[in-house]
Design a protein around this ligand. Structure first.
Ligand SMILES: C[S@@+](CC[C@H](N)C(=O)[O-])C[C@H]1O[C@@H](n2cnc3c(N)ncnc32)[C@H](O)[C@@H]1O
Length: 283
């Protein structure tokens, strides 16, 4: 690895950000636009204000003793800020949404450990290698087309050091988006998202924010088997695949009591019963 000084420009300078590279299609661009509205409206941060201490503890335990961690799809930094507090690792926050990264940059502005963080917007080539990586809460599900998701996973794997771990969580199709997926399967739902044909277990739907902004979302709905298959096809060795939680992320994000109960429950339920799926993979 290079030394910290080699690769970490100070936060707040233009060099900490690269503008988004050429798109991988209109659908991917549309997701960037959606997340721009999602974060600008404040809806994302009010729905998911923080990670539960139990979710964080599990991720840190599964990562082990990493020196440099990539947070792929870090958003406004729910996990990254906590990893900054609870580890000594260098952190790379990667996202395609400049608004999310700007929010994160502001959160870091007066943080005494901000020199340990580098933010990268859109161009994955800007990321250095790492010995741990996370991609939490559905980032992979927002990447249109299976080919692009696999290419993304292979890209994440390519910079992961041989002994490194990759932790990812995605929504579980056994619990989420039944209606949308069924309608689509029987030909009554949308067949395209922004010009990109939907593939098996892909859905497109809209949500309206409190201030009236329409969020057009693409989701690939994963199941345990398809999640494992994608990770394996990208070259990862899946070490465990389990329920991320039993109750919704919004509930856990807002209530410590629920987070305590959920942490006990998620340990005993099968992966297929989880609100999300949580996988730990080795390179
Ligand atoms: C549901 S949010 C999760 C954010 C964060 N990981 C968390 O737990 O709060 C999904 C994030 O994925 C980002 N995203 C969408 N497509 C992406 C892509 N192709 N590459 C990287 N990030 C992406 C979005 O901008 C958004 O910040």
């Amino acid at each position: 690895m290079t030394s910290q000084a080699d690769y970490m420009p100070p936060l707040g300078t233009d060099s900490a950000f690269t503008s988004r590279d050429s798109s991988n299609g209109r659908a991917a661009d549309a997701m960037v636009e959606t997340y721009k509205k999602y974060y600008t409206s404040g809806l994302y941060d009010s729905r998911y204000p923080d990670v539960s201490p139990f979710a964080l503890e599990r991720v840190l335990k599964d990562l082990g003793d990493c020196r440099r961690i990539l947070d792929f799809g870090c958003g406004s930094g729910r996990y990254l800020m906590r990893m900054l507090e609870h580890t000594d690792a260098e952190l790379i926050g990667f996202d395609v949404c400049a608004v999310a990264l700007e929010k994160l940059r502001q959160r870091l502005e007066n943080h005494p450990q901000r020199h340990r963080v580098r933010l990268v917007c859109g161009d994955f080539n800007e990321c250095p290698d790492y010995d741990g990586a996370v991609s939490m809460f559905g980032v992979l599900s927002h990447i249109p087309t299976r080919a692009t998701r696999l290419a993304t996973l292979r890209g994440i794997r390519s910079r992961l050091q041989p002994n490194g771990r990759f932790i990812a969580s995605v929504p579980n199709g056994m619990r989420r988006y039944h209606k949308e997926n069924l309608l689509r399967r029987i030909g009554l739902g949308p067949s395209h998202f922004e010009g990109t044909p939907l593939e098996t277990n892909d859905i497109a739907y809209s949500r309206v924010t409190d201030d009236g902004a329409r969020l057009d979302l693409y989701y690939h709905v994963y199941f345990s088997g398809t999640f494992r298959r994608d990770l394996t096809d990208a070259g990862f060795s899946v070490q465990k695949l389990e329920a991320e939680s039993l109750v919704t992320e919004t509930t856990i994000s807002h209530s410590l009591r629920w987070a305590v109960l959920d942490d006990a429950a998620r340990r005993v339920i099968p992966a297929m019963a989880g609100y999300g799926l949580y996988a730990v993979s080795a390179r």
